[in-house]
Design a binder for this molecule. Structure first.
Ligand code: GLV
Length: 328
């Protein structure tokens, strides 16, 4: 029997590719760039399994290109790049990679951004490099202390909880959170308080976003929400750019309506909203929150394991649309 064909839209860490190569014919898009739509459509037509990235738009057209496609395996924890509803209608399992390492990597990067903005690390680095440091000064580049301050976690999934745990237990911050679902066990364990979103925005010194991008979370943080935040507060986003109305955020930062922001994701990435890159009170990273060797290797393995399970007739470990199996 010929081996099943897997198409990978861009090269990823070897761990998963090696697994796939043991059992499948693996074709990887050879260029180190996002695969153009035309080529993606051509490759999808002739593969059994698709391993794609968050930069690939897996819409109806792509899904319709191969009615026999056995799985769409996303190398990411987020999946807003895939029309999961349509794939479900077409009975195609869709999977993601929400393993332990990605959760820790994103939670750690969230703190890299929090500390970088609150302690003005990027600004201080720029200052030092250009030769502006002429000796210790009593009021040079003063920032905000975190101990005793309030962090507001918006979205208490595994990443949000990881951030809350580190903030409360590690940095001595007070934790408040908002989520569609209340988690009383979590509240007791981490002395966290559940508050409605407007109250969170009014009270938090650091607001950190940990939500998937859905129609209901698009522009969740807009003009009104930013106006509720304290003038001294910071906004951190390691989730998806469009959860924030970026144009309005740039205006709020320019007017110093809030103190600063740490962003890893952008509404129109890789493009930045005009004005964002000129602001001194923001720290910008290029969507690298999960970019640890550990997380990216685990994601590669998990994306491969999802495919191998489906090809063996089993339910994949990280299935996003279980309805597909309920119908079988
Ligand atoms: C990164 O943003 C991911 O969704 O994995």
């Amino acid at each position: 029997m010929p081996k099943p064909k897997v198409f990978v839209t861009r090269t990823i860490p070897e761990s998963g590719l090696r697994l796939l190569q043991q059992h499948c014919q693996v074709k990887i898009y050879p260029r180190d760039q996002v695969i153009p739509k035309k080529e993606l459509l051509k490759e999808v037509k002739s593969c059994d399994a698709l391993l794609c990235l968050l930069t690939d738009n897996i819409n109806r057209e792509v899904i319709d290109a191969n009615p026999k496609l056995k799985i769409i395996s996303n190398y990411a924890i987020g999946f807003n790049n895939i029309d999961v509803k349509y794939a479900t209608k077409k009975n195609i399992p869709v999977t993601n990679t929400p393993g332990r390492a990605i959760v820790d990597a994103v939670a750690e990067h969230t703190f890299a951004l929090i500390l970088a903005v609150c302690r003005r690390i990027a600004e201080a680095d720029r200052f030092t490099r250009v030769g502006k440091y002429h000796g210790w000064e009593p009021q040079l580049l003063m920032g905000m202390e975190l101990v005793g301050k309030t962090i507001g976690i918006v979205g208490l999934g595994r990443i949000g909880s990881g951030v809350a745990r580190r903030a409360g237990k590690g940095l001595g911050m007070k934790v408040v959170y908002y989520d569609a679902k209340r988690n009383k066990e979590f509240e007791t364990e981490f002395t966290a308080e559940y508050v409605p979103l407007p109250q969170l925005l009014k009270t938090a010194d650091v607001v950190s976003l940990h939500l998937p991008l859905l129609p209901t979370t698009h522009h969740l943080i807009g003009k009104k929400e930013l106006s509720l935040m304290k003038k001294t507060a910071y906004l951190i986003n390691t989730s998806r750019g469009a959860v924030v109305d970026e144009k309005v955020l740039v205006q709020a930062l320019t007017k110093k309506q809030i103190a600063g922001a740490g962003l890893d994701v952008y509404e129109f990435e890789p493009k930045l909203t005009t004005g964002l890159q000129k602001l001194g009170n923001v720290v910008l990273t290029p969507h690298i929150a999960s970019a640890t060797i550990e997380a990216r290797s685990e994601m590669s393995r998990d994306a491969a394991e999802n495919i191998l399970a489906v090809l063996r007739g089993k339910k994949p470990p990280f299935l996003l649309n279980p309805e597909v199996y309920d119908k079988r």
